[in-house]
Design a protein around this ligand. Structure first.
Ligand code: NAP
Ligand code: MG
Length: 485
């Protein structure tokens, strides 16, 4: 039990009941702020996934599938409210589990509630068309749920990604099987328990924690799944897509990015500075849409990068519960990975122009990487090309508009981008030319954007989550043509 929310850690949620996984084993859960184990998650395996899929199939073809859309929406509204009632407990749990500062964890809990609220309202508003056709025919379309949807989420924003993915799938009448990340799965269990309490029918929302290679692999290989929604690394994304190909079933893949912030000399720095200096720090840089490449026009390069470096140097990194600017990264592996990039920067003679401070008394076993700004990185350097997934900003110069577009588009990713200029014509030209699923002009992130379609171009993946568009991905169009003479 954890944090007074009656969350049965170490268990799986299948068919409305908590119980031990069939392995009888658990996975230790670590607190990245101090490196200590403090809880456990069930080590779910193929047999648990089998039971979860069978339960969701029964729900999709029974109580849940038959429920009128507005009643699904009401249940989701209740869940949203219940999440809001528990924001503080959920935030504490997420802060400890992920290592994110409390303020950020609180924002995630509120965003999770907002996803369920948004999709609750949408549940009975997704409808088909009638299509003018031949004389003597009436033709109509229906948006039908896929049936049983599998959801594999990462550890960086468990509540938000659960909300956007499960929210849209439930709203459209799918029954869901969720495999949370082994590194941060506790809030998923908490939200599953709240869903149970508000009265979702058994099987509408099953949860099987476990290792990616076991529970995750069993889910993507299961013949009884109709759609897979995956957020995580490109490598596992490829595994998920290959597994889906065997069954010829649809997938949504959200695989991260190396998102550029393109700054022209006429930038309004008063507006831009908070976004430029924090866009790569949020969640210790472990954000798929982190603004991690700062592209600056030559004539303003020194001024802009100095301002950003100075701002970053004033930030503090420390334990999640002390709610500083930045928390630790998730685990030892991620800590080593980010430090390897910093070592590479040093080896290649790149200059650190700004670095945040480590808080006094930060536990020595915590995974702290101070946010770091690296100056004058060649656009083809690994630091400018690869997703570091840590608080590292790479600064790059550009000559003119064409150069900016070329560099902005010069990675394998295409998730998000920011453009900073007072020239609306230039801003729109870049907005149209940059290959990314979202482009923000004179802002970044649009305050979360539950309503805004989100997803990748190029190597960042495909399919859209968030907004109304996500509902299309969780449904298939059925056309019925009636010949009545
Ligand atoms: P990951 O391995 O892709 O994990 C994402 C999810 O997939 C987790 O639930 C994971 O379970 C599961 N998984 C792993 N192997 C699987 C398999 N063979 N079949 C089915 N599911 C599987 O990502 P990660 O280990 O958390 O992080 C590695 C890198 O991915 C990061 O450094 C970062 O670059 C990137 N990443 C991107 C995002 C994003 O939002 N785009 C989010 C997280 C990570 P386990 O956690 O239990 O292995
Ligand atoms: Mg992993």
């Amino acid at each position: 039990m954890s944090d007074g929310m009656n969350v049965p850690t170490g268990q799986v949620l299948i068919d409305g009941e908590w119980g031990p996984p069939s392995s009888g084993e658990v996975i230790a859960v670590q607190n990245p702020s101090d490196g200590g184990d403090y809880a456990c998650l069930a080590r779910g395996q193929a047999s648990d996934i089998d039971m979860a899929v069978a339960s969701s199939r029964a729900a999709a073809e029974g109580d849940w599938g038959d429920m009128p859309a507005f009643e699904r929406g009401r249940l989701m509204h209740r869940l949203s409210q219940r999440i809001l009632d528990h924001v503080e407990e959920l935030a504490l749990m997420e802060a400890r589990d992920v290592g994110k500062p409390l303020t950020q964890a609180r924002a995630d809990a509120v965003a999770c509630a907002r996803y369920f609220e948004f999709y609750a309202g949408a549940a009975d508003k997704l409808h088909g068309d009638t299509i003018p056709y031949l004389e003597g025919y009436s033709v109509m379309t229906f948006r039908e749920p896929h049936g049983v949807t599998g959801h594999i989420i990462p550890w960086n924003y468990p509540m938000q990604i659960l909300g956007r993915s499960i929210g849209a799938a439930l709203a459209t009448g799918n029954a869901c099987v969720l495999k949370p990340a082994e590194d941060a799965g506790l809030t998923s269990l908490a939200i599953g328990e709240l869903a149970r309490q508000v009265g979702f029918p058994p099987g509408a929302f099953n949860i099987v924690p476990g290792y990616g290679e076991e529970a995750g692999q069993a889910l993507i290989d299961h013949p009884g799944i109709d759609h897979i929604s995956f957020t995580g690394s490109p490598e596992v994304g490829t595994i998920v897509q290959k597994a889906a190909a065997v069954f010829r079933r649809p997938v949504t893949l959200e695989l991260g990015g190396k998102s550029p912030q393109v700054v022209f000399a006429d930038v309004d720095m008063e507006n831009a500075l908070p976004f430029l200096s924090r866009g790569f720090v949020q969640n210790a840089g472990q954000t798929c849409s982190a603004g991690s490449r700062l592209l600056v026009e030559d004539s303003a390069y020194d001024r802009v990068t100095e301002m950003v470096a100075e701002k970053v140097a004033a930030l503090t990194v420390g334990p999640a519960d002390r709610d500083m600017d930045c928390g630790p990264v998730i685990n030892k592996q991620q800590y080593d990975r980010v430090n390897a990039y910093l070592d590479l920067a040093a080896k290649d003679g790149l200059t650190t122009i700004g670095q945040a401070q480590l808080a006094a008394n930060a536990p020595s076993e915590g995974y702290y990487v101070p946010p770091t700004v690296i100056g004058d990185v060649p656009p083809d350097h690994r630091l400018a090309q690869e997703e570091i997934f840590g608080p590292v900003l790479t600064c790059i110069r550009f000559k003119d508009e064409a150069d900016a577009i070329r560099i902005a588009n010069g990675t394998s990713y295409g998730l998000a981008a920011g453009v900073w200029t007072e020239d609306v014509n230039k801003a729109m030209r870049l907005g149209r030319k940059i290959k990314a699923g979202q482009v923000f002009i004179n802002n970044y992130g649009a305050g979360g954007g539950v309503e805004l379609p989100f997803g990748g171009m190029k190597g960042s993946g495909f399919g859209r989550e968030k907004g109304f568009e996500a509902l299309l991905g969780f449904t298939a169009t059925k056309t019925i043509a009636v010949k009545h003479g």
